[in-house]
Design a protein around this ligand. Sequence first.
Ligand SMILES: [Zn+2]
Length: 67
Amino acid sequence: MKIVCAWCLKEGKPGLMGEMEPKHDPTVSHGICPEHRLQVEAELIRTAEEAERFRKEAEDLRRKVDP
Ligand SMILES: [Zn+2]
């Protein structure tokens, strides 16, 4: 069974991370390589920060409308 990085596949890279027993099993399991894990985590942090910023803006607006 092969383990490949789904993100690498999307970029057209082989993304092979390793093999697991049984090796004759042609099943491909999808994972994420350390490089793409960092990218995805950075993206999540950025999204969370943006959501927090929007929340604060919405709160400010509400205070202006209804103090
Ligand atoms: Zn990858």
